[in-house]
Design a protein around this ligand. Structure first.
Ligand SMILES: C[S@@+](CC[C@H](N)C(=O)[O-])C[C@H]1O[C@@H](n2cnc3c(N)ncnc32)[C@H](O)[C@@H]1O
Length: 241
């Protein structure tokens, strides 16, 4: 099985040679301009399929408000697909390393006028230096830890900016069970998915990093999302500082 997986992956890599060349000469970065439109369009279907799960998770957000006020910072906010699930009146700080998301973010902000938007910071999850230590109640990270360069560093940053008792909320697709076809397909299609998903990796065991990140409490569920098999295995939950 492992040999077949490697062989298929090799074939996919050969088929992707033109893309590898485009990447090597630096032209792939043009995709950063197109990717936000893809995410914006796909996010409607994703939210429809994940509606109950997102609703159930984010219903617990008010537990982390302080003196009746809730400040949320979103890492890799993309086009703002989570805004509809946030409680009325909470303050939202948006961060994403790709400034081309701003146009779609603005559309989501206009639709979700029950929130107070503080600012949009162009920053990667690994370095949110312009955000003060212990300054927010909740950090949200959905479908982002699959793309960051360093999960441990991103989690350190989330931990730093959370106030004591605050929580990191996450919804992430992860690597499948090694005995499954999903695992096989994830490894075979990974090279292509990387380009389609702007650096997204479907083979990450993200929960291991969350377990090792030094939070005082971790509520984490493994679920099968009703999505394409390669991104079906998900983890959902929150970690309390
Ligand atoms: C699949 S989109 C998800 C967007 C949004 N969080 C959602 O749930 O719809 C992945 C997002 O991660 C962002 N991203 C990629 N690398 C990142 C990094 N190193 N730090 C923070 N965000 C990153 C991308 O710009 C993009 O907005």
């Amino acid at each position: 099985m492992a040999l077949l997986m490697r062989l298929c992956s090799f074939v996919v890599n050969v088929l992707l040679l033109p893309l590898h060349v485009i990447d090597a000469v630096g032209l792939y970065k043009l995709y950063k301009r197109v990717f936000p439109l893809c995410v914006y369009r796909i996010s409607f279907t994703y939210n429809k399929k994940m509606h109950d799960k997102k609703k159930e998770l984010f219903l617990t957000l008010p537990e982390f408000s302080k003196a009746g006020q809730l400040t949320i910072l979103e890492i890799g906010c993309g086009s703002g697909t989570n805004f509809e699930y946030y409680p009325s009146g909470c303050k939202v700080i948006c961060t994403d390393p790709n400034p081309h998301f701003q146009k779609y973010l603005k559309k989501s902000m206009d639709v979700n006028d029950h929130l107070k938007y503080e600012k949009f910071v162009v920053a990667s999850g690994e370095d949110m230096g312009s955000v003060e230590d212990e300054s927010v109640d909740v950090v949200v990270c959905t479908l982002v830890l699959c793309s960051v360069n360093s999960i441990p560093q991103t989690l350190r940053e989330a931990h730093r900016i959370l106030r004591p008792g605050g929580a990191l909320y996450f919804i992430e697709h992860v690597v499948a069970d090694p005995s499954s076809w999903a695992y096989f397909l994830q490894h075979v299609l990974q090279p292509a998915w990387y380009y389609f998903g702007d650096g997204c990796e479907v083979t990450r065991a993200t929960w291991k990093h969350l377990e090792a990140a030094g939070f005082s409490e971790l509520k984490l569920k493994h679920v099968e999302a009703p999505l394409f098999v390669v991104i079906s295995p998900h983890i959902i939950g929150y970690a309390v500082k």
